[in-house]
Design a protein around this ligand. Structure first.
Ligand SMILES: Cc1cc2nc3c(=O)[nH]c(=O)nc-3n(C[C@H](O)[C@H](O)[C@H](O)COP(=O)(O)OP(=O)(O)OC[C@H]3O[C@@H](n4cnc5c(N)ncnc54)[C@H](O)[C@@H]3O)c2cc1C
Length: 667
C-alpha cells in the first residue's frame, strides 16, 4: 500500500514525509520520493479515509500538522526550535511564506533547527507508562543529572480532583478518560460474565485510581520468586527497597518499616462501630489483632494502612514523578500512546507513539541506552506483541511480523478473585447512607475544613489475613471489611439500603490465564482471560474464604447490627452452592500480575531475566507488575514500587543495599 495523503489547507510549504503504514501490526516507515505540496490539491487515493489535521496549542506555542491516509500517516510538528524532522515528517522550507501570507517562523528557516530538535527527541532512557513503576523509575533515573529520560504516558495529566480526593475512587472507576476500562473474557467460573477490569490511564497510572491500601505481602512470596531462579529477589533482598521507598507515619518496627522515603503510609484514623465490632468478632474466632501486617507477621486483623495523607491520595505520581518533573533532565509526555517499540535487529532503539491516541498524530522518540516498558500487566504484553515480540503462532495469526519469538509474553496472568458477602444492617447508618443527600453535604464540609470524614476514606477499611485450612501454607486468605455495600458486588456503585461487606480472596492462586492481542490495531483492547478458579485448589480456598466471611458477619459483636445475609444468602450451604454463588458475583480485586514473568532463560515461559531485561533482546526491559513470577499475598502497589526501585539500581549499575537481617516468622 502506498502512502496516501489528504488535502491540506492554510499552508503552502512542501513536506517530505516519512509515511507509516501498517503491514500486519508492525508500523513501517517509508520515505516519499518527492516533496509533497502540503496545500491545495493532492487527491487522496481513498478520500473517505483521508484527512488533514492542523492542530494548534497556542499556550505552548506549538502547532502540529498531520496528514492521514488510508492506513498511512504522515505528520509534522512545529515546536519552539522549528519543525521536527524525525517524528514522521520532514518539512522543507522552499517557501518562506505560509499559505495565508504570514511569514514562516524564523526557527523553521534555520538549517540547524532539525538537528536541535532531533537531539531533544532522543533520550538516554524512554519509559513507557507513568504508573506505579514508571513514576519510581523516572524519579530514580533522573537523580543522575547527566542522564536524560522521557516518559510516555497514554493518559492525560493527573489534574482531575477526583484523583486526589480519596473517595473519588468511586468516580474514577468508570471514567474513560482516566481509566482503560477493560473487560475480561468470560471464564470457566464467571457464569458467562465479562468481569470489569479498570486500570489507571493518567500520571500515576493505577495508583491514581486505586483503593489506597498499602500491603507488601509475606516473606515467602519473595522467597518463592528467588527459588524460581531469580537472584536477588528473596525477601531479605527486597525488604531494603520497601523501606527505602516508604515514609511510614505510625507504628512499625525499624527492622521492617522506612521513615525517610517519599511514599507516605498512614493508619486510618476514622472509626466506625461496625468496623470495631468486626475486629472484635475476628478476635473471638481466634484471629489475633496485628498492629502491623507489613511487619514481622501478616496474619491477624486490624484497620488498614493506606497511601493517604492529610486527606489526599498519595499516588506514585505525587510521591515520585511530580518531584522529579522539576528536574531539567526529565521530559514527560502525556496523551502519548505508545504503539510499537522500534527494533534494529535485536536491539530496542526507540518507541513509536500517537499523540492523542487513535487518530492522533504519529511520533517517535529514540532511546540511546534503553527502552523501559512499564505499561502494566495488560498493556505491557500487548505492546510487546504489537512490536513483534511474543508467541510466534499468535503474532502470525494476526499478520504481525515476528521480530523476536518469545512464548511467555502475555502468558501466566494471575489475579485475586473475590466474592463479596453482603449483610443487611439495622440500627446504624452505613456509608451507603452517609454518602447521599444532606449527609454527603456534611461530609463534603468536613473534608473541606479538616480533610476528614468519609471522603478521606479508602474503599476497604479493615484487613484480615487468615488460614483456609485447605493448604499447609501461611495465611492463604485475605478478607476485607467495609461498612458499605455495592450493587452487584461491584465497587463503583453503592447500594441504597444499609449494608456491610466482607470480601474474601485466596492470596496465592494457582490458576493462570493470558493477555493476547485481539487484533493488530494498537488501540484495540487486548483479550484478557484470567481463568479464575480453573484449579481445584483455588476453588476450595475461595469457598473456605466465603464460609469464614459468613462466620465473621454472624459473630456476636456484630449481632446488634446484623439483619440478614443478602448475598450469597442463607440458602447457600454446600461447596457447590458457594462455588455457584462465587461464579455469579465474584469480582477482580484489581491485582493482575505475572503476564511477563521473570525467570531464567531455561524456562521457556519466562520473558525477562532477573535484571528485568527481555530475554534475547538488547536495550529493552520490562519493569512493572507483569514481571512477577507468581502472585503474592497482597495488593500489588507496594511490591510494584519495590520492583521499580530495585530495577533502578540494576539500570544505574548501583549495588543493591545489604540484604536485611530478617527473623524467621513472617507469615
Ligand atoms: C481500581 C483499582 C484499585 C486498586 N487498589 C489497590 C490497592 O488498594 N492497593 C494496592 O496495593 N493496589 C491496588 N491496585 C493495584 C495497583 O494500583 C497496581 O497493581 C499498580 O499500580 C500496578 O503498577 P504498574 O506500574 O504495573 O501499572 P500501572 O500503575 O497501571 O501503570 C501503567 C501506566 O502505563 C500507561 N500505559 C499503558 N499502556 C501504555 C501505552 N501503550 N503507551 C503509554 N502509556 C501506557 C498507563 O496509562 C498507566 O499510566 C488497584 C488497582 C486498581 C485499578
Amino acid at each position: 500500500m502506498g502512502p496516501e495523503l489528504g488535502t491540506g489547507r492554510k499552508s503552502s510549504w512542501h513536506i517530505t514525509a516519512t509515511c507509516r503504514e501498517p503491514e500486519g501490526a508492525r508500523l513501517q516507515r517509508r520515505r516519499l520520493e518527492s516533496p509533497v505540496p502540503f496545500a491545495s490539491s493532492v487527491t487522496p487515493a481513498k478520500p473517505a479515509h483521508s484527512c488533514v489535521r492542523l492542530a494548534r496549542t497556542p499556550k505552548k506555542g506549538r502547532a502540529r500538522a498531520g496528514v492521514h491516509g488510508t492506513g498511512g500517516l504522515a505528520t509534522a510538528e512545529y515546536g519552539r526550535a522549528g519543525w521536527t524532522p524525525d517524528l514522521a515528517a520532514l518539512v522543507r522550507g522552499d517557501d518562506q511564506k505560509t499559505g495565508d501570507g504570514r511569514r514562516r517562523p524564523r526557527a523553521a528557516q534555520s538549517p540547524f533547527a532539525h538537528r536541535r530538535l532531533q537531539d531533544v527527541d532522543s533520550f538516554d532512557y524512554v519509559i513507557i507508562g507513568a504508573g506505579a513503576a514508571g513514576s519510581v523509575l523516572a524519579n530514580r533515573l533522573t537523580q543522575d543529572s547527566d542522564v536524560t529520560v522521557c516518559v510516555l504516558e497514554a493518559g492525560p495529566s493527573d489534574w482531575h480532583p477526583y484523583i486526589h480526593l480519596p473517595a473519588g475512587f468511586i468516580k474514577t472507576f468508570y471514567n474513560k478518560r482516566l481509566n482503560w476500562c477493560y473487560s475480561q473474557e468470560p471464564g470457566p467460573w464467571t457464569a458467562g460474565r465479562r468481569i470489569y477490569a479498570p486500570r489507571g490511564k493518567t500520571l500515576g497510572g493505577s495508583t491514581s485510581i486505586n483503593g489506597h491500601i498499602y500491603n507488601r505481602g509475606q516473606r515467602q512470596d519473595f522467597d518463592t520468586w528467588a527459588q524460581y531462579g531469580n537472584r536477588g529477589w528473596g525477601y531479605a533482598d527486597v525488604l531494603p527497597y520497601f523501606k527505602r521507598l516508604e515514609r511510614r507515619i505510625g507504628d512499625g518496627e525499624a527492622a521492617y518499616r522506612g521513615r525517610e522515603g517519599s511514599l507516605t503510609v498512614t493508619d486510618m484514623e476514622w472509626r466506625h462501630p461496625l468496623c470495631d465490632a468486626f475486629i472484635e468478632g475476628a478476635l473471638r474466632l481466634g484471629i489475633p489483632r496485628n498492629p502491623d501486617y507489613n511487619g514481622l507477621t501478616q496474619e491477624g486483623v486490624s484497620y488498614a494502612q493506606r497511601t493517604i495523607h492529610n486527606g489526599r491520595r498519595v499516588s506514585a505520581a505525587t510521591a515520585f514523578l511530580r518531584p522529579a518533573m522539576k528536574r531539567a533532565n526529565l521530559t514527560v509526555r502525556t496523551d502519548a500512546h505508545a504503539t510499537s517499540i522500534v527494533l534494529e535487529g535485536k536491539r530496542a532503539v526507540g518507541v513509536l507513539y500517537s499523540v492523542g491516541g487513535r487518530g492522533g498524530v504519529a511520533a517517535e522518540v529514540r532511546a540511546r541506552r534503553e527502552v523501559i516498558l512499564a505499561g502494566g500487566t495488560y498493556n505491557s504484553p500487548q505492546l510487546l506483541q504489537l512490536s513483534g515480540i511474543g508467541p510466534a503462532p499468535l503474532l502470525q495469526s494476526l499478520g504481525i511480523t515476528v521480530r523476536h519469538a518469545l512464548a511467555g509474553v502475555g502468558e501466566g496472568l494471575q489475579d485475586h478473585y473475590a466474592p463479596r458477602t453482603v449483610a443487611r444492617v439495622r440500627n446504624i447508618a452505613t456509608i451507603n447512607q452517609q454518602a447521599r443527600g444532606w449527609r454527603l453535604g456534611l461530609e463534603a464540609l468536613k473534608w473541606g475544613i479538616a480533610r476528614r470524614g468519609i471522603l478521606a476514606l479508602a474503599p476497604t477499611l479493615v484487613y484480615c489475613f487468615w488460614h483456609s485450612g485447605e493448604t499447609a501454607e501461611s495465611s492463604d486468605l485475605q478478607l476485607t471489611f467495609t461498612p458499605a455495600s455495592y450493587k452487584e458486588g461491584e465497587q463503583g456503585k453503592l447500594e441504597d439500603e444499609p449494608g456491610m461487606t466482607v470480601a474474601a480472596w485466596q492470596q496465592r492462586p494457582e490458576s493462570r490465564g493470558y493477555v493476547r492481542l485481539r487484533s493488530a490495531d494498537p488501540f484495540e483492547a487486548p483479550i484478557i482471560q484470567t481463568n479464575y478458579l480453573a484449579e481445584e485448589i483455588d476453588r476450595r480456598v475461595v469457598v473456605a474464604g466465603m464460609r469464614l466471611a459468613r462466620k465473621l458477619l454472624e459473630s456476636a459483636p456484630l449481632a446488634p447490627y446484623y439483619e440478614r445475609e443478602d448475598f450469597p444468602g442463607p440458602g447457600v450451604q454446600t461447596h457447590d452452592e458457594f462455588l455457584a454463588a462465587a461464579a455469579q458475583r465474584a469480582q477482580t480485586t484489581f491485582h493482575p500480575g505475572c503476564s511477563n514473568r521473570m525467570g531464567p532463560a531455561s524456562n521457556p515461559l519466562s520473558v525477562v531475566d532477573d535484571e528485568l531485561r527481555v530475554h534475547g533482546l538488547e536495550g529493552l526491559r520490562v519493569v512493572d507488575a507483569s514481571i512477577m513470577p507468581r502472585m503474592i499475598s497482597a495488593n500489588l502497589n507496594a511490591s510494584t514500587l519495590m520492583i521499580a526501585d530495585k530495577a533502578s539500581d540494576l539500570i544505574r549499575g548501583r549495588s543493591a543495599p545489604e540484604p536485611a537481617p530478617v527473623r524467621e516468622q513472617n507469615r
